[in-house]
Design a protein around this ligand. Structure first.
Ligand SMILES: N[C@@H](CCC(=O)N[C@@H](CS)C(=O)NCC(=O)O)C(=O)O
Length: 229
């Protein structure tokens, strides 16, 4: 059985969990929370050279980074495909996966998660409200405006869900858990895409499975009511 080191509410761990579920690959989650000191296994740096989650173990094979892991799972179990066969759509899926991890996560979700969860609740550091406001007023409009513009009637890189959809939606889930609602009227195409992605059975099942942690952390989950209840 595959082992996925991480926590289900992490943006990148969820992406890998959903990919494994989509491909019906049995897995177990080995809890690792990098932001909590001394929480990692003794050989964590061997498993995760960056110290970040997720990390996959498949027997004696270890792989870090959600993008690398999803690409590996695609070869491990090609059906259903997570990457479009058309070369241009394939390129577009890779770009949006990269944009989700590099810009949406790094510049928005990671910053806000640290300001409203990690700093006040784990490190005992007060939230820097000016930093939060700066992200919400200067960064989010650009980033979400772009995501809205590339969202259409179907999924981000074609008629079937791809790694791009998992990567983008996973960011939006964690962002809403920490209290930043998706402005549906301002970003209607992105909101519709989000609604479609959370209804992919593998994503719905993953979201249902992570609810105990969500409740334990007192996060917001009302935005999932229509899907989970
Ligand atoms: N490029 C990496 C990014 C992984 C990442 O940033 N993981 C976050 C959780 S979603 C993490 O481990 N954060 C803890 C830290 O930055 O120390 C991937 O796609 O797996």
């Amino acid at each position: 059985m595959l082992k996925i080191h991480g926590v289900p509410i992490s943006v990148h761990t969820r992406k890998v969990i959903v990919a494994a579920r989509l491909k019906k690959l049995p897995f177990e989650v080995v809890p690792v929370v990098p932001v909590i000191p001394d929480n990692q296994p003794a050989n964590w740096r061997e498993l995760s050279p960056t110290g970040k989650i997720p990390v996959l173990q498949d027997g004696d094979y270890t792989l870090a980074d959600s993008a690398a892991i999803c690409a590996y799972l695609e070869r491990r179990q090609p059906e259903p495909p997570l990457y479009p066969s058309d070369e241009r759509r394939y390129g577009h899926a890779l770009w949006l996966e990269q944009y989700a991890g590099g810009t949406v996560f790094r510049d928005v979700v990671h910053v806000l998660f640290h300001e409203v969860v990690v700093n006040p609740k784990i490190k005992g550091i007060a939230t820097d409200q000016s930093r939060v406001d700066q992200v919400l007023t200067c960064v989010v409009p650009d980033v979400f405006g772009y995501l809205d513009a590339v969202s259409g009637e179907a999924f981000l890189a074609g008629d079937a869900p791809s790694v791009a959809d998992l990567a983008v939606a996973s960011n939006l889930v964690t962002l809403q858990y920490i209290g930043f609602a998706l402005e549906r009227e301002r970003y209607p195409k992105l909101a519709n895409l989000f609604d479609r992605v959370i209804r992919i059975p593998a994503m719905t099942d993953a979201l249902r499975a992570e609810q105990p942690v969500v409740q334990q952390m007192n996060l917001k989950s009302e935005f999932l009511n229509a899907v989970l209840n």
